[in-house]
Ligand binder design. Sequence first.
Ligand SMILES: Cc1cc2nc3c(=O)[nH]c(=O)nc-3n(C[C@H](O)[C@H](O)[C@H](O)COP(=O)(O)OP(=O)(O)OC[C@H]3O[C@@H](n4cnc5c(N)ncnc54)[C@H](O)[C@@H]3O)c2cc1C
Length: 370
Amino acid sequence: DRFMEAAKFKYEVGMRDFVNKPCHNWGEFLSPKIALSAFKLDLLSNFRSYVAKYFKDQRLRTLMEFPVIFLGASPKDIPALYSLMNYGGYALGTHYPKGGFFQLVLAMQQVAERQGVTFHFDHNVDTLKIEKNKITSLGINGVDYAFDLVVASADYHHIETLLTKELRNYDEDYWKSRTFAPSSLIYYLGMKSSIPNLTHHTLFFEHPLDDHIDCISGNTKWPHTPLFYICCPSKTDPHVAPAGSENLFLLMPLATAISDDDETREKYLIKMLERLEKHTGTKKLYEQITYKRSYCVSDFISDYNAYAGNAYGLANTLKQTAVWKPKIRNKKVHNLFYSGQLTVPGPGVPPSILSGKIVAKEAIDLYRKT
Ligand SMILES: Cc1cc2nc3c(=O)[nH]c(=O)nc-3n(C[C@H](O)[C@H](O)[C@H](O)COP(=O)(O)OP(=O)(O)OC[C@H]3O[C@@H](n4cnc5c(N)ncnc54)[C@H](O)[C@@H]3O)c2cc1C
């Protein structure tokens, strides 16, 4: 309870005073209220020693540390502030929109359309045309479209490659020097029969967390004893698989910029299914597969232009937080803004949406001034 109370405090202060800042400079954080709460936010303590203060049982410690794997660094390098994620996931709860997460995307699309937004799907921005330090038009699928202002929400590094070198906020050395959050190996499976003893969400962390994390952010390689997550939405949602069968989503965090040929992917599918068999007391799950699709590092690069195939942006280390994240505004092209997981406040669906809100305010201010 004491751990969750402290995590709740961090969550509430973080949501109220931190995540909505454009982070142009540290002056934004100078307020008596923030100064008073700074100590209790545990910005300078590391996640591992912080969790150890509250929990003795190693299983509970690992349970609390597990979400950190998606932040891209060892719990000993992540500020204890991020225990706010434990409060979000375990105390506020993990929710599932009926029909899957895509329903939320469709709902947001409807809200935006009601407010006058027009979506153009399958349109690729190939070029940015710039005159006198302003974007005048975007080349989209080979056609030029004029714009007053651009909020670029694709991968930050990718957008910058569309600019000439002198107009970029960051050079290649900058990106190489960053610590990235992981990429992932994902499997989407259809299984022809029901899997007993399995719930909607299952985390597999029977092996040491640090061995896997070292393969992501230290000595990068495919992990020997991977930790992973399995989602079986058909356990609670009858619409995602035919009756009597199962829909499985397997997610294994993996280093960015790693080779991911089909043979290696398949090897890890078998490893994960063996662990699932052991956990559920089932056998020969591989033979139950009726649909199989994998997604990995090279797919993130080819489909999303994601730098080195990253799936979750930059790791949330202290040196890559707030003002030290890539800036939301281009320093030389006055009407170009950046949003999404590689800028403030950071990776994840809620922060990426918030970055859009932060940028919208900045963009409206600029538009009113000009
Ligand atoms: C498997 C997985 C599980 C996750 N689970 C969670 C979770 O449980 N909770 C959570 O909070 N977060 C989760 N995340 C992270 C979260 O999904 C991301 O942080 C978030 O979606 C990033 O949003 P974004 O807008 O920055 O980027 P994206 O959602 O990647 O959007 C960028 C868009 O830009 C498009 N684009 C790229 N280049 C161009 C171009 N040249 N022209 C036009 N369009 C272009 C891309 O196609 C893409 O649609 C997960 C991520 C993955 C991969």
